[in-house]
Design a protein. Structure first.
Length: 291
């Protein structure tokens, strides 16, 4: 290696391990971190990287039990404040430091872990209420925790917006993942919604009666839009500093439009918008507070 090459190599910035993990596993929240003030990025990256770790457990295991063991490891790390081999895990180390620095409630984080147990199995989502509870403990909680980092004093004022925005975001995320979920034999559309639209879990999974499946998709989109509308109605309570916490919510409405247009075909081909479009929508949301 020449002196010039060595100098160039040594001057190349090393990406924070949590940001690197997000870049690989959750590009939208990676971009959301970059839209936040620089001094807040390490804490947000740690929180989002933790979320990415527990959200992708189903992808890493072939049976539920190993997945439960992985999630239990995270629970042990949080409840013990370290240990369980966390010293060599960069995301765990960064998350524990973030919890201490920003006084994040550990109970909310362990509830996030518990909610993810549902992902490991192919059980039906029993009702809209059950889905809203799942979203509240995952996406909504993540928004609220992000606000505690970005603007702790303003976090409480936007709790209603976080609750509804998280449900809308969850519905949009599930719509984008629908083809993958069906391949696994997994379905997140609530059972009561399926019944109301004249279809069933089995019919959706095997693709029977596309007209009925299209009605179910439309009703699911309607649920997401209902919560997005409620979130927007309280968006004025979100402080300017907390806008980056809501940046990814900007993806919900475009996804709803694509899902409604796709109908039953939603389960056959991905509808995720191009990454450059998602980046633009998120930048605009973080800048203006409109999503």
């Amino acid at each position: 290696m020449t002196d010039q090459t060595a100098s160039a190599s040594s001057s190349t910035p090393v990406l924070d391990p949590c940001l690197a993990a997000l870049r690989d596993h959750d590009r939208d929240r990676y971009l959301a971190c970059l839209l936040a003030p620089q001094e807040k990025r390490p804490a947000l990256a740690a929180l989002y990287a933790f979320n990415a770790e527990i959200a992708r457990v189903r992808e890493l295991v072939h049976e539920p039990l190993p997945g439960e063991i992985r999630l239990q490891w995270w629970r042990d790390v949080l409840e013990q404040g370290g240990g369980s081999g966390s010293e060599g895990h960069p995301v765990a180390t960064a998350l524990l430091d973030t919890i201490r620095t920003w006084h994040l409630p550990v109970g909310v984080l362990t509830d996030m872990i518990d909610a993810r147990i549902f992902d490991l199995y192919d059980d039906p989502m029993e009702s809209r209420t059950a889905l809203e509870g799942y979203a509240g403990e995952t996406a909504s909680a993540l928004i609220q925790l992000s606000c505690l980092i970005l603007d702790p004093e303003g976090a409480r004022a936007s709790s209603d917006a976080a609750g509804h925005a998280g449900v809308a975001q969850t519905v949009a995320g599930l719509l984008m993942l629908a083809p993958i979920h069906r391949q696994r034999g997994q379905l997140y559309l609530p059972a009561d919604l399926l019944t109301a639209t004249g279809t069933s879990r089995e019919m959706v999974l095997d693709g029977r009666d596309k007209a009925a499946i299209g009605r179910a998709v439309s009703a699911f989109v309607g649920l997401g839009r209902e919560h997005l509308s409620k979130a927007r109605a309280t968006a004025q309570r979100i402080s300017r500093a907390n806008r980056p916490a809501y940046a990814t919510v900007a993806l919900a409405d475009p996804v709803f439009r694509r899902a409604e247009a796709a109908g039953a075909d939603l389960f056959d081909a991905p509808i995720a918008p191009a990454q450059w479009r998602r980046q633009w929508w998120m930048w605009r949301a973080a800048r203006t507070g409109r999503w």
